[in-house]
Every structure is written in structure tokens, then in C-alpha cells.
Design a protein around this ligand. Sequence first.
Ligand code: NAD
Ligand code: UDP
Length: 340
Amino acid sequence: MILLTGGAGYIASHTGVALALAGIPYVVLDNFCNSVPAVLERMHEVGGLKPTLVQGDVRDAATLDALFARYPIQGVVHFAGLKAVGESVAEPALYYENNVSGSVTLIRAMQRAGVKTLVFSSSATVYGNSDASPLPESAPLAPINPYGQSKLMVEYILRDVAAANPDWRVACLRYFNPVGAHISGLLGEDPRGVPGNLMPFIGQVAVGRRPQLSVFGNDYPTPDGTGVRDYIHVMDLADGHLAALRYLQGDLTGRNCLMANLGTGQGISVLQMVQAFEQYTGQKIPFEVAPRRAGDLASYYADPSLANRVLGWKAQRGLKEMCEDSWRWQHRNPMGYAQA
Ligand code: NAD
Ligand code: UDP
């Protein structure tokens, strides 16, 4: 049985379904600070396996001790955390408390319970301003905001824990830009308020919730002037977690802490994404060019070859699936889970 902290969130809910379809039961721990309980019913419906829910906070040691005492947890995928870059700049202490202290509390509880396998949701933001794409894991680590700092701090803590405890097995997965939804249209990304990320914004324009997209800058040194990112389908990401868990069960021969990029290796511009969405969904996406967004980089994308080689994992889904699945989710659930 696997524990998914933050299990009702966007990436975790898709990972739960992938676990269920692989016959692996899981427990969801979530405080619903950025998700809703209705997600669990959808996870049940899509995965065919009823998730066990523990409503609580990953920073609460007593909750974790009770959870580990009650369920036969063999491994943990630690998704729980806050992820809004702007908010992290405004409230750094909140981010360090949730993301760093929460991780330490979890690690300590795992130590008490004798659970030694952990997959951590890290992020490409650990690379900061590096302009050396495709980015290998060895690229300089220099996050430029408290959110990215919090992810890197947890990576360092886990590296030290793994070094001190050779029987621990840790994988830090550096996600690039997760997009898309489960093919059923029942699970997807449901941001609160105005979406900060490109793909949910496009989805809300397509479904009529917003009049147009603002393209943040068209004078970057990229082929069409707009920002380039490595978008990865959320179900490919989910499969990456299964691959990491399988890898951690194997013979690691002295290498018990892996840092791995999960991306496609392909850079896509904002305008390419808009065009792909229009092509694959038939929906028009009106847009205007707006000033650059503060803190944005021109271009970054992954070198995913380590994960390809070591985890035996490779992203399978392209722009077509990303756009079609986002749209299916968005138009069947125009207001997200609020309608559930
Ligand atoms: P999400 O907000 O949808 O999911 C996070 C979940 O964790 C939510 O359900 C939230 O309620 C829960 N949570 C937060 N703090 C908690 C706490 N203290 N105790 C218990 N539950 C708590 O976000 P997501 O996009 O699914 O991201 C999951 C993880 O992946 C996060 O750690 C995020 O930083 C990381 N990540 C996300 C992206 C991205 O672009 N979505 C990219 C890189 C890394
Ligand atoms: N972007 C945009 N309009 C939006 C949201 C994002 O033009 O409403 C651009 C943004 O400037 C960047 C790309 O889309 O070049 C991806 O942005 P997102 O916030 O999704 O990911 P991140 O910048 O965190 O990688």
C-alpha cells in the first residue's frame, strides 16, 4: 500500500488512478487546502479502486503516526505542498513551513514507522535561471524564488537522509510543466481563482469563462518570440511515479537517492500551444500580446535521458493528447469539481 500525501491534488489524483490500474492500493492524506473531497469519488470511478482517505495535515506528526500504525504503508509519494510562485514570494515562511517542515515531519514519521521508500515531487524550478536547455540533472541549481528554494532544500535534506541511511530509497522527480487530464474527462486540473498557468487559462478561454488569453511577451529570443516550456501530459507524469516506485524496489547497488527530470525533452512555445489547442479541439483561442511576466524565463526544457535510461520511462503522449484531454475535462466540467 502506498501513501499519497496531497493525494487529492492535480498530479496525485492522476497518479492514484495509475496505481489503482496497476493493482496497487493507496491511502490519500490531504488537508484540502487546494483540492476538494469530490476528487476522491472521481478517483474511485476512474481507477476502480476506492481510495482510503485520511483528512489531515502532513505537518501533523500525530496524524502521520496514526496513519502509519493503521495502514501497511510500503512507500510514500510526497505531493503535499504549496506551489504558487507569486504567493511564495509574498509569504516565504508559509512556504518553508508547509513544504520544508512538512517534509521533515513526514521523514521523521517514516523513520519511526520503519517506512523507507519515498518519491518526492520536486520541480524544474530548482534550476532557476539556467539557459542551458536541454537541462540535465547536473545543470546548476539556483532557484530564484522561495517556492523553488523550498523544493531544493527538501532535495538536499533527502540526499542527506539517504546518505545516512543506506536502507532508505529516495527519488526526487523534477517535473517540468504538467498539463492535460485523464482521458475519461473525469479528472483534471482545477485551479482556484484566475489560473496562473498557461494550459488551464487556455481551457477557461475555450469554455467561455475568460474572454481571451494574454500572451506574456512575444519578444523573447525564441523562434516565435514567445516563452518556450517542456509540457508533459499528467498521465505520463503519473506513469513516471510508478516507474520510480518500481525502480526503488530494485537492486540500487549503492545509489539510493535519485534526482531525475520528468519532461518530454521538447520545447513548445506559447503560440505553438495555442495553435495546437485550436487544431486538436476546434476551439478558437482569442489572444492579445501582453508585457512579459516578471520572473519568466525565455526558454527551458528537460534532458529526460536519465529517467529514460534508469527508470525505463519515457513520455508517450504528445500535444494532441495534451490538448484533447484538457479540453474534454474542461468542457465536461466547466467549473471544475465545484459541480460535482
Ligand atoms: P495541487 O495543489 O493540486 O496538489 C497538492 C495537494 O496537496 C492539494 O490537494 C493540497 O490540498 C494538498 N496539501 C497542501 N499542503 C498540505 C499539507 N500541509 N498537508 C496535507 N495536504 C496538503 O498541486 P499539484 O500541481 O498536483 O502539485 C503536486 C506537487 O507537485 C506539489 O508538491 C508541487 O509543488 C509539485 N509540482 C507541481 C508542478 C505543477 O506545475 N503542477 C510542477 C512541479 C512540481
Ligand atoms: N503564459 C502566458 N499567458 C498566461 C500564462 C502563461 O503567456 O496566461 C506563458 C508564460 O509566460 C510562459 C508559459 O506560458 O512562457 C508557461 O507558463 P506557466 O505559468 O504555465 O509555466 P511556468 O512559467 O511556471 O513554467
